[in-house]
Design a binder for this molecule. Structure first.
Ligand SMILES: C[S@@+](CC[C@H](N)C(=O)[O-])C[C@H]1O[C@@H](n2cnc3c(N)ncnc32)[C@H](O)[C@@H]1O
Length: 333
């Protein structure tokens, strides 16, 4: 998923290398917490090398992704058969997505092609029916929902986030949605996934390595990914305005007024030996702000790397699009 602030690229080197250089190569006895998990890629990177991953995000779609990618760790029987059945369902034109987010349904919004909107509804309804009639386990439920979110996102008719739709159906949105399995890593250990505010969760957990990747600017994830929450929750509501927005959570990390207090409370309450914070040079808190706060709570260090800026249209890359990504490190005393 092309996600604002995704650490996919950093996970291919910089992040695991730096974390291991600080905490040691062998992490097999460590509890690792990814408390602003988003797509879950950071937790996924450490899932098979640590004792336990604790994953959390305040957004429900992220919870669904992580319930699959992080919490699912054993083989689930009949995955292939269920996916196949969902791919061959008859299409309904009586579902919430088609009615509210497709041209044929409401005559205006066009987040999906008519056919894909109907397909999303048919699949989503069937998954819920299977769950309500106890035909599938929770593990299977989140595996199927996660697969649907990933595949729906691929055919969304947006520039990349759901703040607006495109007038014309773009090429990728014209493709037929085909449900593909959202594969997760198998391993022997149990992991935990939460869906609450990080500042609440931090009071209830402890561990060894805490990775922090909060939003760093005013862009609220709940607004930018509202349609993923709508598909994931699938409960009717009155869509608002031209974009069909739903009520969404406003994170205190997205406001200059509250971010520093919120961040300091998080650090103060954290019962973890090592804390790593990803933040970039254009964030609401300056490097100095972060350093001042973290230094109060133990031994502080900073490493940095150049990073490609998030872009709506990934074909438009040039040098000016790169930004500095900081990794602040705290060994708590
Ligand atoms: C920069 S993104 C994380 C990206 C993630 N590391 C990845 O690579 O996909 C920030 C995440 O923080 C979540 N978030 C914002 N405020 C939060 C809060 N108060 N508690 C928990 N999660 C929050 C957002 O929903 C978003 O998914």
């Amino acid at each position: 998923m092309n996600y604002i602030g995704s650490k996919l690229k950093l996970c291919q080197g910089f992040l695991p290398i730096t974390i291991k250089s600080v905490c040691g190569e062998d992490l097999s006895e460590k509890v690792f917490c990814d408390i602003f998990a988003g797509t879950g890629i950071v937790g996924r990177t450490f899932k098979t090398s640590v004792k336990k991953v604790i994953s959390n995000d305040v957004e429900y779609y992220s919870y669904v992704l992580n319930k699959n990618y992080i919490e699912n760790h054993r083989e689930i029987k009949d995955k292939k058969e269920r996916i196949e059945e969902l791919n061959f369902l008859p299409l309904t034109n009586n579902g919430f997505i088609y009615k509210n987010y497709c041209l044929g349904g409401n005559g205006e919004r066009q987040y999906f092609s008519d056919e894909n909107g109907k397909r999303i509804d048919s699949i989503r309804m069937k998954i819920e029916e299977w769950k309500n009639t106890n035909q599938i386990s929770d593990n299977m439920y989140y595996f199927l929902l996660c697969s649907l979110l990933e595949c729906a996102d691929k055919v969304a008719n947006t520039a990349s986030v759901y703040g607006a739709y495109l007038k014309k159906l773009k090429k990728s949105a014209q493709k037929e949605l085909v449900l593909e399995p959202a594969e997760y890593e198998l391993n022997d250990n149990e992991h935990q996934v939460y869906n609450i505010d990080a500042n609440e969760l931090i009071k209830k957990i402890d561990g060894d390595i805490l990775y922090l990747d909060p939003p760093y600017n005013a862009r609220q994830y709940g607004a930018n990914y509202h349609l993923l929450n709508t598909i994931a929750e699938y409960k009717p509501f009155e869509p608002h305005g031209k974009t069909g927005l739903r009520k969404y959570i406003r994170s205190k990390y997205c406001s200059a007024n509250s971010v520093k207090t919120e961040f300091e409370n998080l650090i103060r309450n954290a019962q973890f030996k090592y804390i790593f914070l990803s933040y970039n040079n254009e964030g609401l808190m300056s490097v100095e702000d972060v350093k001042t706060i973290m230094s109060k709570y133990g031994r502080y260090g900073l490493v940095q790397t150049d990073y490609q800026r998030f872009k709506a249209d990934s074909n438009r890359f040039n040098k000016a699009d790169s930004t500095v990504e900081y990794l602040h490190i705290l060994e708590k005393s």
